[in-house]
Unconditional design. Structure first.
Length: 244
């Protein structure tokens, strides 16, 4: 079972910041997950929420602020004094951290609330330019965006993200088409998920921070987990001699 650092090492560092990703890059884990929005001036920035209120000392929607305006806010101090001064990173800045590592990179397109026209094409252009397309996985709650990305780049893996328990999940993924399903922990425990895996579905589960949950998912046989504590979970899996 493989490990993805969810928004970087977000349990020990402020999520989706360079500090969190540098910590994840230090670890011998399989991959890293991150989220992308577009700014008012069409720059790709790494942040989970549509608004900056929760993870900065500012307010407002990402799409209503330019990159320069976003850079004026502190995206680290909310987590702890040690991270004061962290700014919102661009997608390119984050990818540069991993350009010379072996980590796989799950870029989640955050277009399920606000439709960011052309964001998929921008992400594709950047990852190809940086030579990372063989290590990149594109996912989204916006399943139309997943379908469009797959049409543009059939060689890049894509995944559907969902909180729901899908009926005939395997067939739905093939319909989009998507290469994998990223589902919540409760959904992973359902019979339908096991049935999808028996048909060949690739299942990755979010967000897994408890040892008991990891053990349950090991028994089910899911392919990977997303965790806020990648180093902790690495030790848990190593103790059980499970692929990290």
């Amino acid at each position: 079972m493989k490990i993805y650092a969810h928004r970087g090492s977000s349990g020990t560092h402020p999520e989706n910041t360079l500090a969190a990703f540098k910590e994840a890059a230090r670890l011998d884990i399989f991959g890293v997950e991150l989220d992308v929005h577009l700014t008012k001036d069409d720059k790709m920035v790494v942040i989970h929420d549509e608004a900056i209120n929760r993870t900065s000392n500012g307010k407002g929607f990402v799409r209503d602020l330019t990159l320069s305006e976003l850079r004026a806010y502190d995206f680290g101090n909310w987590f702890g004094d040690d991270f004061k001064g962290e700014s919102i990173p661009t997608l390119e800045e984050v990818l540069m951290i991993f350009q010379n590592t072996t980590h796989h990179l799950n870029i989640e397109l955050k277009s399920d609330i606000f439709e960011y026209e052309g964001m998929g094409d921008k992400v594709l252009h950047l990852v190809v330019k940086m030579g990372l397309d063989e290590r990149v996985l594109i996912s989204s709650f916006d399943h139309e965006a997943v379908r469009n990305f797959k049409k543009s780049a059939p060689h890049i893996e894509v995944a559907l993200v969902t909180m729901d328990v899908l009926v005939d999940a395997y067939d739905y993924a093939r319909f989009i088409p998507a290469d994998a399903l990223h589902i919540s922990y409760p959904a992973a425990l359902r019979k339908m998920t096991k049935e999808a895996m028996l048909k060949g579905a690739i299942i990755r589960v979010f967000t897994v921070n408890e040892v008991m949950d990891v053990q349950a998912l090991q028994q089910i046989g899911v392919h990977a987990i997303f965790t806020d504590f990648p180093e902790k979970m690495k030790h848990v899996l190593e103790a059980g001699k499970i692929d990290k």
